[in-house]
Design a binder for this molecule. Structure first.
Ligand code: ISE
Length: 331
């Protein structure tokens, strides 16, 4: 029998999740799509064959026809809806960040631990991206020697709505925080933040993170890069380096030039990552085994790093990442 999915949120990411489930994840049925804007929910349902639409997220969570939930609503709704899923005993794939508020992440951890089942996976899809995965395998095999430095660039074409430095740190950069923790297998201990004085409100945010293991991660989050969506990275190890590659399917030679194209947003860059992530999530729901996707603990850690980042942005000084002790439940 197919896993019946209730999808909450039919904006840019929710609509893409609907497409991913419909086209790339066998063994699933889109039972219902929910959005505050019913027309948007209807459009996503019509293009993916979802059976029903609603504007009531709790009706989705509590529906007896829904086996598992995907949360792709705006950030402030993530934690409350994840808590509702836990209360209903339903597995949930929750878009990142788990919450922008550390206390709300802790509430999700407490509820999950109390219910005794790992029900929450956070949508840090980069863990499923073939290029990040390959670099991690090199590290795990020891081919690069010890990891020393991870250079990360994260560029968006233009800021969404009122995106400014705080949102760059709390909404965009958690991808880097999570992938760096996963890649380097160490928690982030301190964060320093600076921005070019020459830039305005949307100028790039530069961060230097130090891990418990003593590695450095430097991050540029640029929410106003203009030229395209571009995520780059280079891992520097003792014996060599490895550079991320975005998927390229053709070299275009035209008009005396070789042309590189960039997508307008993250969906084409991470198309494979989203498909792999969602298939892995469905497999883990069906088997009851957590996969290498991000847990609620990972969601909490990246939000704690973001909180330290905002503190460092405002104080101009390095900030310490305060983490609670990791419950054995998340080992
Ligand atoms: C968005 O929510 C994402 O997850 C994208 O990957 C990121 O590039 C963008 O900045 C976020 O707003």
């Amino acid at each position: 029998m197919s896993l019946r999915i209730g999808l909450i949120g039919a904006g840019i990411m929710g609509a893409d999740h609907a497409r991913v489930f419909a086209e790339e994840v066998p063994g699933t049925a889109l039972q219902v799509i929910c959005d505050a804007d019913r027309k948007r929910a209807r459009a996503a349902a019509d293009s993916t064959g979802a059976l029903d639409v609603t504007d009531d997220p709790l009706a989705v969570v509590n529906s007896s026809k829904v086996d598992a939930v995907v949360i792709a609503a705006p950030d402030p709704f993530h934690a409350p809806l994840a808590l509702a899923c836990i209360a209903a005993g339903k597995p949930v794939l929750c878009e990142k960040p788990l919450s922008q508020d550390v206390a709300k992440c802790l509430a999700v951890l407490a509820a999950e631990e109390k219910c005794g089942r790992r029900l929450v996976q956070v949508g840090f899809m980069r863990r499923f991206d073939p290029s990040y995965m390959e670099i991690r395998s090199l590290l795990v095999r020891g081919d690069l020697g010890k990891a020393l430095v991870f250079h990360c660039f994260h560029r968006n074409v233009s800021p969404a709505y009122d995106f400014r430095a705080e949102m760059a740190i709390c909404n965009s950069a958690p991808h880097e925080f999570d992938v760096a923790r996963w890649m380097l297998d160490s928690e982030i201990r301190t964060v320093s933040v600076c921005r070019p004085r020459a830039g305005g409100d949307t100028a790039p945010v530069l961060m230097m993170l130090e891990t418990e293991a003593g590695q450095l991660v430097n991050v540029e989050v640029n929410i106003s890069a203009s030229y395209g969506y571009d995520v780059r990275g280079e891992l520097v190890g003792e014996k060599g380096t490895a550079v991320l590659r975005a998927p390229v399917h053709a070299d275009i030679n035209l008009g005396l030039k070789q042309i590189n194209t960039y997508p307008a947003d993250w969906r084409p860059r991470f198309v494979e990552a989203y498909a792999r992530q969602n298939r892995a999530w469905v497999k883990s729901v069906n088997t009851g085994n957590p996969n290498h996707g991000a847990s609620a603990w990972d969601g909490y850690c990246s939000t704690a790093v973001a909180a330290a980042g905002v503190e460092a942005l405002h104080s101009g000084k390095p900030a310490k990442v305060e983490l609670t002790a990791k419950p054995p439940f998340y080992a």
